[in-house]
Design a protein around this ligand. Structure first.
Ligand SMILES: Cc1cc2nc3c(=O)[nH]c(=O)nc-3n(C[C@H](O)[C@H](O)[C@H](O)COP(=O)(O)OP(=O)(O)OC[C@H]3O[C@@H](n4cnc5c(N)ncnc54)[C@H](O)[C@@H]3O)c2cc1C
Ligand SMILES: Cc1cc2nc3c(=O)[nH]c(=O)nc-3n(C[C@H](O)[C@H](O)[C@H](O)COP(=O)(O)O)c2cc1C
Length: 583
């Protein structure tokens, strides 16, 4: 009788949480818990499992992660009898973000289907929300407590330890990896995964006025050597494997007390358990160095979660620091934890600096226990395959802000956007193409694009493409920015094109704020006419209030002009209203 932890992830969170759960299950005495991703499983093998935790992220617009879609299709087969999974006890941990319209939809669908197929729910699901003040942990931690309690009631799990059992703290910490130094060997540079290729930066041009607070760049990469691997369509996304910023590396290296010699010493990693995966793109036998890992593999800039403090406190040999680290993990000290982490946006590198006695004792392999992997970030491609051959362009807004409580003097910086905005001509970056959520119709069909801010990126791509294929194609673009002279992206380019028709909402150029929704209202008759001709509507950009505002306005247009009560729903069902939004 063993526990299976089954995850479906797009950007890695579900796998990280799964790994935490797996480690805890092992520590509490579950016999041989296993981890598997959706794509490694068949429906038949799942049906024979007795105890399963499903960790399911929602991606796209309320969809299953790409790697989970084929198994989900099997789940939905109508011919499955309603006792197909009746031997299984399960619980669902859904990972989502309540700023998206279809909040945690994949987890909800899976849970409902499991119940339909006769599986028994061990405890209520966790609906994790990126918007929660402590993120995923907000729902995951309380769920974990209830789950292990419930698990004790299942045959074969009666003897698992309680979280407060003194025996737990006596159990030695087992690292994920074993390490073997291999002095003299050449250091490999694994790329993140086999699909990633290295491209050269051609240019990096600021698109906002120099006095504007937001620094947004148009970054151009040469894809000449990788035309095949980087073939893309308008609406696709470029995944970027970022690097830690130099200032974070410096802080960490000082706190960890690493000499140049140690940083450059070659070593290999071997998983200590068959459930542990090497970082993406690594093979057994890959030779690496700490310098490489601290730049390209281990995330020094993430805001530490509770598990960070928990692991550090367990491996610390400094009594005082171990006690302070453990305090962050206690539920009654939530404010302490929030003040230290989220409110100041303190990074893992800075936490190493604060707990330098513990940090300086960490072994190479323990760094892989404490730090998560750097995850790739997505960027909508702003160039058009037809109009900009041989290159890919991105429109990147640099994330840089003061922390919510201004105790910290330093500005906080987004890992990938800052890495990108610092690129110079000739710098190399690991990238791959990922399908976007948008499916554009043929150029004969009108499109209405709504993309404020960097949300304009995919529309620059598709509009340029359509004009080259079909010069009379009808495209409307609703763009929004703060002011005509501060952040009106691609203004000159648009003025050189006869089509499309561009409507720009300058939010701050007058006393009252004007947003894209207001312009939709102004152009209601035109929008309705195009919808009658079969137009598609695309919305891209911030997942905040904008998409809801747009939907409300479209609903109003439907009612007032066409007398249609459910325009938004109808368009969505027909695939004629599509969103690509990010928070
Ligand atoms: C499909 C898709 C397409 C995208 N396309 C684009 C695009 O074309 N252009 C573009 O610029 N971005 C785009 N993004 C967003 C991009 O992927 C990154 O999320 C963004 O660049 C930030 O990443 P980062 O590594 O710089 O920041 P991270 O290191 O990941 O930090 C971001 C985090 O910082 C915090 N934060 C940010 N601002 C503040 C603040 N003011 N106060 C407090 N906390 C704050 C938030 O918690 C946020 O989650 C897209 C995302 C997706 C999913
Ligand atoms: C492109 C994108 C689309 C998303 N769409 C949704 C969504 O429709 N509903 C939702 O609840 N969360 C959505 N999210 C939030 C993710 O589900 C959430 O960040 C989760 O923690 C990701 O887990 P993963 O890293 O395992 O993929 C989306 C995130 C991204 C980046």
């Amino acid at each position: 009788m063993s526990l299976l932890i089954c995850y479906a992830t797009e950007t890695g969170n579900a796998e990280d949480v799964g790994e935490m759960l797996w480690r805890e299950a092992r520590r509490r005495g579950c016999k041989s818990p296993r981890m598997a991703s959706f794509e490694q499983l068949s429906l038949e093998s799942l049906a024979s499992e007795r105890t399963v935790v499903f960790l399911i992220a929602t991606s796209g617009q309320g969809e299953f992660p790409t790697s989970a879609r084929s198994l989900w299709t099997c789940f939905r087969q109508k011919i499955l009898p309603n006792d197909y999974m009746d031997k299984m006890h399960f619980s669902v941990v859904a990972l989502g973000d309540s700023s998206y319209q279809k909040y945690n939809r994949a987890g909800r669908l899976l849970r409902a289907r499991l119940v339909q197929l006769g599986a028994h729910q061990l405890c209520p699901p966790a609906y994790c929300d990126d918007q929660h003040e402590i993120g995923i942990d907000g729902a995951f931690q309380p769920w974990k407590h209830v789950f292990f309690e419930a698990l004790k009631g299942v045959e074969g799990f009666e003897r698992i330890l309680d979280s407060k059992d003194p025996e737990l703290s006596e159990r030695p910490f087992v690292s994920k990896f074993r390490l073997r130094f291999c002095d003299g060997e050449h250091i490999d540079e694994p790329s993140g995964s086999a699909e990633y290729v290295r491209v050269e930066t051609i240019s990096n041009e600021r698109q906002t006025s120099i006095d504007h607070f937001q620094d947004t760049r148009l970054i151009t990469f040469n894809i000449g050597n990788h035309e095949e691997a980087l073939r893309y369509r308008s609406g696709d996304v470029l995944m970027i494997q970022p690097e830690n910023l130099d200032e974070s590396i410096k802080i960490a290296v000082e706190a960890l007390k690493l000499s140049d010699e140690t940083l450059d010493r070659p070593f290999k990693l071997e998983p200590t358990d068959s459930n542990i995966r090497l970082p993406p793109g690594w093979l057994i036998g890959t030779t690496t160095s700490l310098r490489y890992c601290l730049k390209r593999v281990l995330d020094l800039q993430h805001i530490p979660k509770k598990s960070f403090f928990e692991i550090l406190s367990r491996i610390s040999k400094d009594e005082d620091e171990a006690e302070r680290l453990a305090e962050f993990c206690q539920p009654e000290n939530l404010d302490l934890f929030l003040d230290y982490t989220l409110k100041t946006r303190r990074t893992a590198a800075e936490a190493f600096r604060d707990f330098y006695r513990t940090a300086s004792q960490l072994s190479h392999e323990q760094l892989f226990d404490v730090l998560p992997l750097i995850r790739p970030r997505a960027f909508s491609i702003a160039s058009s395959p037809m109009a900009h051959p041989g290159v890919i362009q991105l429109l990147v807004a640099k994330v840089e802000y003061k922390p919510p409580i201004a105790k910290m003097a330093d500005l906080r910086r987004g890992l990938c956007s800052c890495h990108l905005t610092r690129l110079r001509h000739g710098d190399m970056v690991f990238v791959r193409i990922r399908d976007g959520t948008f499916h554009f119709p043929s150029p004969e069909t009108p499109i209405i694009c709504i993309g404020p801010g960097t949300g304009v990126a995919p529309f620059r791509s598709v509009i340029n493409d359509r004009l080259r294929i079909h010069p009379d194609s009808e495209s409307l673009l609703f763009f929004g920015c703060r002011g005509r002279f501060s952040d009106y992206y691609f203004e000159i380019e648009w003025t050189h094109l006869e089509k499309p028709r561009i409507f720009v909402a300058f939010s701050r150029d007058q006393e009252h704020k004007i947003y894209v929704q207001h312009l939709l209202k102004k152009e209601a008759a035109l929008i309705w006419r195009l919808l009658q001709q079969g137009a598609y509507i695309f919305v891209a950009g911030s997942a905040g209030e904008m998409p809801n505002g747009v939907c409300e306005m479209l609903g109003e247009i439907g009612k007032e002009i066409g007398g249609e009560e459910n325009l938004v729903k109808t368009l969505e069902t027909q695939g004629r209203l599509q969103f690509e939004t990010w928070s």
